[in-house]
Design a protein around this ligand. Sequence first.
Ligand code: G6P
Length: 634
Amino acid sequence: MGICSASTFSAANSPHYLWIGENFMCGIVGYTGKQNAVPVLMQGLHRLEYRGYDSAGIALQQKKGLGIHKRAGKINVLESSLPKRIKGNTGIGHTRWATHGEPSDTNSHPHNNNDGTLAVIHNGIIENASQLRARLEAHGVSFKSETDSEVLVHLIASTEAASLIERVRIALTDVEGTYGLAVIDAAHPGVIVVARNGSPVVLGIGDKEMLFASDTSALVRHTQQVVYLSDGEIAELTPGAYRVITLDASPSQKKTTTIDWSAETYDKGDYSHFTHKEIHEQPESVLRALRGRLDNKFQTAHLGGLNLQPRELLGFRRIKVLGCGSAYIAGVLGARTIEQLARVPCDAEPASEFRYRNPVIESDTLYLAVSQSGETFDTLAAVQEIQRKGGRVLGIVNVVGSSIARACEGGIYVHAGPEIAVVSTKTFVSTFLAFVLLSLHLGRMKDLSVAEGKNVLAALNLIPQQIHSILDAEPEIERVAKKYAVFNNAYFVGRNLGLAVAMEGALKLKEISYIHAEAYPASELKHGPLALVTPETPTVFVLPDDELIDKNISSIEEIRTRKGPVLAITHPPREGTQQLFELVDDTVIVPKSHPILDPILMLIPLQLLAYHIGLARACDVDQPRNLAKSVTVE
Ligand code: G6P
């Protein structure tokens, strides 16, 4: 979740040099203690690989001063370039993903100052880097890279104070922008200073050793005791202790959090890919989302973290959902669920668009920010825009303690556990379940009957077992996937909730297999898409056996008339639906649930379909090209 970012410096404000887009979804990690820091850093960098990166580097305190090693390319390129017996008890490491300009050894982090005594790693954008650079150059500083991050090391070098933390603090008072940064100084053995503003930094407290990282995945092998820094905080780490101050030098009292996840959670176990593992984890992740939240007495759901009195919740006349990528699509699905169960008008919008249309924020609208990582820049910016205008925002978030979770006044944790693969699978389903629980909670406060509440609860209880049965049918889905892997374009269609499932199915396919996949409402086929339906363009039809099935069968006939292949994700045949099975080329049959929960069972085959098509096309399913797990830039 590290906020590493693409500099958006334009030619206008950087007349002398090309600013390289600085660190897209990069990761930071560091160690000070009794062990050799090198394996700890390398292991930590490997843990952060899932975020995506194009170069990596480390800096170590060594007997003869600082040693800096950095390389463009994968971490094993860096590893094989390291001297054989490299050692140091204190060090920092970085993975960088540039968005503009070629990644190079020089532009990789860490950066050091002109006499080589300081080393800095940085995620974020230094917005006033041009001005700072000009000022430093006027004082004789020479720059090696084209990055904005390099100004930090020279700026710190230009300050004077007894301690490194004070030098960093003074330097940061001149800095505008976002950062999650770490600094080591040859003159202060064993000390690392880290600072955060808009880019996560988590401290890990070990036994006479201290670590930090941009997310906990890089820490869990060493400790489960962590401290989340807040924006505007600076921390000094030494092997036995840490202290935190704010930018105005006041001490900050921090709380230690114990993280639930062990190192094994971050391993692939018996699976070849995290994507596959996470698809298969869904029976358990669903249970975690539901645990302790189902109320059989009142046939409703308990949601302890909303921090809203029942009367306040009832007072909202509308609900607006915001998120990006899969979180947005989960929001589309969730909005329809809220409308259906709770009868509150609700819609979803991409958070990335929201703040640019000067949105009207209404006091009787409840805003929901949806994010797996809790760090997506655009979603966080939407939260801030709403709060600035006096609106109330709750979060639906997976990562506990993340920026969005902390910015919102309450919310629902989805408890899916860490998701490592770039594409969202188990977190999508758990996020949707959070919406179902909210809809049930709100619905039962309004017009939803006891009987209907009971039906939803009964269906929720069956979901884990039903997911198991779909996972058991994986060989059949794999067979279908191999057949469809040859196409270069695909439509995903559905109606109502099925449309949102189609949207997520299309997104999965394009992310994992690079097949161009477009989602459309079935009702819109004749308004455009049919023009492209040919034997070479298959349609994946999300087809629950509901009140719209006859309309959907007519849409399939329109496609089959144009000889378009159809794969239907549907329910078991019954009298009146047999003709469907003769009409389509392939079917994947899923168990029936409550209509509100059918989307979950219809989506899981689409996740497996995308995964197996991606494999058949030899794609990097866990880390699709050009994508990152957590997009912490605009
Ligand atoms: C990136 C990821 C997507 C994810 C989106 C939103 O684009 O590749 O899988 O859905 O960010 O992320 P969030 O952490 O806010 O859910």
